[in-house]
Ligand binder design. Structure first.
Ligand code: G6P
Length: 488
């Protein structure tokens, strides 16, 4: 293998998306945040789905081939957009990836009210999920044509069956798959029809290495391979034995690109937002920044704030809870309903506690990174109370740029908690009284304790960057590659 293996990245959402006016917008979500950092540290080609009509137009203009794009945050990427059949893509994204896999992997599948799995879903898997996996697999196979021992890094739950397709066409390829969301325990997977489950696990096990954010997801995956697929696994070594092949299962907690986040925090547009934030500021500010996703537990966060205001009336008119939520996956009915429930609850809490010149919750439904970063700088308390979350990068970005020794309230079920828990106020995300108490403790915490925690968080967040994250994975790729050559 050469010193710098050519990196082929595959993910559903690419680093940018095209808008109606032709302008380029940064993709949202943790995965894009991670890979943007990665692609700016390494020479990479990024293969992604054309997700909007404008992306499709751009894909066609380039004849499905790679092209360079200037990223709005600076730097440039070589990307290749893949267009899939619109109906197939809709089934892939809106029926299988979200909600089915997303829900299973966040324990959101409501067993007491479980949706039936019928022909409709099975067909959506075959004709949607598999079709889109096939389209991107073809693009990868085309891209690595002529390369010797190529390295392909596949990302996330959208592409569990793609590795099997690539392996079949190119047995020599090195496949590394990173899963950005939790891996749930075996029983959570039992809701899937056996045939689908097997295709998913067999597809994934075509990889050489599978990476997760945390040790607990790594362990859950190994348990699933043992219990659901009847495979021999070694928990200590992190290995699944598949016949004469070994699949390494590892954990690599994802850091943020702290240099880039700091640069963003100094932008003039961020400063403009800051002026507005400061002008409207009350004595205390609570902040949350999330995609409007069920897993983020937004409703319980507002319920806890409601309880807090009721139990601590001395804070009336002195505090604002700013919630910047990016509408997400709104074609999935569960997401659209969730957004309605959020708006309804905010109205109730504001009506119950608000006064003519005080609105306790300031809900902003928009996707604006500069605005979010401006708010990061001035919170006293940041709430990250996800029910389950693969990592949660907001938990890292906020403390990095915050200027007030803000306190983090952090769900113990986020991947970030494995690293940051010691310096945050840990909460059980289902216990709203505990969350209300955490808000109070954060607000009355001594300045010394706040400073100590804020410093601890910042130190951890700046101890690694995506370059280190990728190097750790490349080191394992090399080690495994060398080992399989020696034995092979
Ligand atoms: C999470 C997932 C990503 C996904 C992102 C945004 O971070 O791990 O794979 O891209 O959410 O979701 P979306 O459906 O908007 O791409």
């Amino acid at each position: 293998m050469s010193e710098q293996p050519p990196l082929v990245l595959v993910s559903n959402r690419g680093p940018v998306t095209y808008q109606e006016d032709g302008s380029v917008k940064r993709g949202t979500g943790g995965l894009v945040t991670a890979l943007t950092g990665l692609a700016s540290h390494r020479d990479a080609i990024w293969i992604a789905s054309a997700m909007t009509d404008q992306d499709v137009e751009v894909a066609r203009e380039h004849d499905g081939k790679p092209f360079e794009v200037e990223a709005p945050e600076g730097g440039s990427f070589r990307i290749r957009f893949v267009e899939s059949d619109a109906e197939a893509y809709d089934r892939f994204y809106n029926i299988i990836a979200n909600p089915m896999l997303w829900f299973i992997q966040h324990y959101l599948w409501d067993l007491s009210n479980a949706p039936d799995i019928r022909r409709h879903e099975v067909e959506a898997f075959e004709q949607g999920y598999q079709a889109v996996n096939h389209d991107l697999a073809q693009a990868v196979i085309d891209e690595i044509d002529g390369q010797e021992e190529p390295v392909v890094m596949v990302h996330d739950y959208h592409f569990y069956t793609l590795p099997g397709m690539i392996r079949e066409a190119r047995p020599d390829v090195f496949l590394h798959h990173f899963v950005h969301i939790p891996w749930t325990q075996p029983d959570a997977w039992r809701v899937l029809p056996n045939g689908i489950r097997e295709q998913i696990y067999n597809g994934l096990l075509a990889n050489d290495i599978i990476g997760f954010h945390t040790k607990s997801y790594q362990r859950n995956f190994l348990q699933c391979c043992r219990d659901l697929m009847d495979l021999d696994v070694s928990f200590d070594e992190g290995i699944v034995h598949c016949g004469d092949r070994e699949v390494w299962v590892r954990h690599y907690p994802l850091p943020i690109d702290y240099e880039s986040t700091r640069r963003i925090s100094r932008r003039p547009r961020v400063r403009e937002f800051e002026e507005r934030v400061l002008a409207r500021r009350r004595e205390f500010a609570i902040l949350r920044v999330d995609r409007a996703d069920l897993s983020k537990n937004v409703l319980r966060g507002f319920t806890a704030f409601d309880i807090f205001l009721e139990q601590h009336p001395e804070f009336a008119e002195r505090i604002t809870f700013t919630a910047q939520l990016m509408p997400s996956r709104t074609d999935v009915p569960e997401y659209a309903e969730y957004l309605e429930k959020i708006e309804a609850l905010v109205a109730v809490v504001n009506h119950r506690h608000g006064t003519p010149d005080w609105m306790p919750i300031d809900l902003k439904l928009r996707d604006d990174l500069d605005e979010a970063v401006a708010s990061y700088k001035h919170y006293d308390v940041m709430m990250v109370n996800a029910m389950f979350d693969g990592m949660n990068l907001v938990a890292k970005e906020g403390p990095l740029v915050n200027e007030r020794h803000g306190v983090s309230i952090l769900s113990e079920n986020t991947g970030a908690h494995e690293e940051l828990g010691e310096f945050a106020i840990s909460v059980n995300p289902f216990d709203v009284q505990e969350l209300a108490d955490a808000i109070y403790s954060a607000l009355v915490m001594s300045p010394e304790a706040r400073e100590r925690r804020a410093r601890g968080l910042k130190e951890i967040v700046t101890s690694r960057d995506p370059g280190d994250w990728i190097d750790e994975q490349i080191a394992d790729i090399r080690a495994k590659h060398a080992g399989s050559r020696a034995t092979g």
